[in-house]
Design a protein around this ligand. Structure first.
Ligand code: LLP
Length: 432
């Protein structure tokens, strides 16, 4: 089994999450069911809060990238643990505000914000809007002028780093839909423009180099590129940034053999590099924001399904079809992403077969995985798919008008619903 201290096999041989029997959860709440270990979520949040406090300048703040899992309960947890929030839509902002996350600790992102988004963000008093380019800066400036405010803004730049090859200042990786590229000189020009705008209060810069990053190397390289850029900006304009948002991307272990990185240590190394570069350029140390999403909630999530049908195709493969699928976890269909699965009823048994774990939607691509090792799966068994806390519920759909599963949070050995199960009436509720 994937090594995670919160996953155990209890006396009955069942998978337990945070000490709670998953079969009992399946019985009480039904399946499919998203289970979220709240104790683990909070402890991941504390890793970031403590590391940022220990190693970064005063005024630094980790933000939970709510796109990974957005609901009011998660926003409240982030607030209680001392994190801010990264939101990318009116829906995420609304959820954060409904959970009473202080607006000043919210950063509003997006590469295609609508006028409505910008108005809502300004009216809500969000701490920062991450502007994606010069045109957007102009729109923010105009809308802030109408509200007679100076909006604090971060300019999103693309440093040109491929986190998986470490290549720096690679124009290939600036050819993306997000941000203003540094290597092409556009970021510098956009900064010059931002500083001329009366209703833009440029607090600093934002960048996000990617996801599933297992070591500090790419982040340190980002710090190098960003400091070089900050120095150029200062040379041209005299402006010094007080804030640097270095984005998210901290990896989690999805499969056996992968080891989750020590993120506290990664943050220490980033801080060390930042201090070194600031000394080198004689630049005032900026405060830092980070935006972890996946690492906060990913490993804390387990999805429970009930096996509906099992079939073997002679000369073909062995199929295990469950009562969920791409509707609640589109990651395999979208990215070929692999998740570890097991039969929760016999969690201690070694897998004796390799199956296609199929979903319930009417399309062949609706798979949760292929070549999935399981122990003697049969109809009625509970299958647990691990590390589904991030980008599962948040990317869930109602394809085939299948209602989305509820989320149950586990804390101190007790369970509580934090998102209720959708009904077929909910699914049809918008139809006129
Ligand atoms: N900040 C920004 C600006 C981002 O675009 C993202 C993720 C994050 C923070 C959080 O990154 P994380 O720490 O979660 O890696 N749906 C995909 C992941 C898409 C990530 C998009 N941006 C998946 O299921 O793997």
């Amino acid at each position: 089994m994937l090594h995670q201290t919160n996953l155990t096999v209890n006396e009955a041989g069942h998978l337990a999450v945070g000490g709670v029997d998953t079969l009992a959860l399946a019985r009480e709440y039904g399946t499919p069911l998203y289970v979220l270990d709240e104790d683990m979520v909070r402890s991941r949040m504390r890793v970031y809060v403590q590391a940022v406090k220990a190693h970064m300048r005063a005024g630094s703040l980790p933000l939970f990238a709510s796109k990974a899992l957005c609901c009011k309960a998660l926003c409240r947890m982030a607030k209680e643990e001392g994190m801010g929030l990264d939101v990318v839509s009116a829906g995420e902002l609304y959820t954060a505000l409904a959970a009473e996350v202080p607006a000043e600790n919210i950063c509003f992102h997006g590469n295609a914000k609508t006028e409505e988004d910008i108005r809502y963000a300004i009216a809500s008093g969000v701490g920062y809007i991450a502007a994606d380019g010069e045109e957007e800066l102009e729109r923010i400036d105009a809308l802030a002028a109408r509200s007679s405010v100076r909006q604090r803004v971060l300019l999103r730049v693309t440093p040109g780093i491929d986190p998986h090859t470490f290549a720096a200042v690679n124009t290939g990786v600036v050819d993306v839909k997000f941000g203003v590229p540094i290597p092409t000189g556009q970021a510098l020009e956009a900064t010059v423009r931002a500083l001329e705008m009366e209703h833009i209060d440029l607090a600093g810069f934002h960048c996000h180099i990617g996801s599933q990053i297992f070591d500090a190397g790419p982040f340190c390289l980002t710090v190098d590129v960003m400091l070089d850029f900050l120095d150029q900006v200062r040379g041209r304009t005299g402006y010094t940034a007080e804030l640097l948002n270095l984005g998210g991307g901290f990896a989690v272990a999805y499969e056996e053999g992968e080891t989750a990185p020590d993120c506290g240590e990664m943050i220490r190394l980033m801080a060390e590099r930042l201090t070194e570069r600031c000394e080198q350029y004689d630049y005032p140390l900026p405060a830092v924001m980070l935006e972890p999403g996946r690492d906060i909630v990913g490993a804390a999530g387990v999805t429970l399904y009930t096996v509906q049908n099992v079939k073997s195709v002679p000369g073909g493969r062995h199929y295990v079809a469950v009562d969920g699928g791409m509707g609640d976890n589109p990651r395999y269909a979208l990215y070929g992403a692999r998740h570890t699965a097991l039969v929760a009823d016999r969690a201690g048994e070694i897998p004796d077969t390799s199956v296609v774990l199929a979903g319930r939607c009417c399309e062949s691509g609706d798979l949760i995985g292929e070549n999935v090792p399981l122990h003697s799966p049969r109809q009625g068994d509970t299958v647990a798919v691990l590390v589904t806390g991030a980008y599962n519920y948040s990317m869930a759909s109602n394809y085939n008008r299948v209602p989305r599963p509820p989320i149950v949070a586990l804390k101190d050995g007790k369970s509580r619903l934090i998102v209720r199960r959708e009904t077929v009436e909910d699914v049809a509720a918008l139809d006129l």
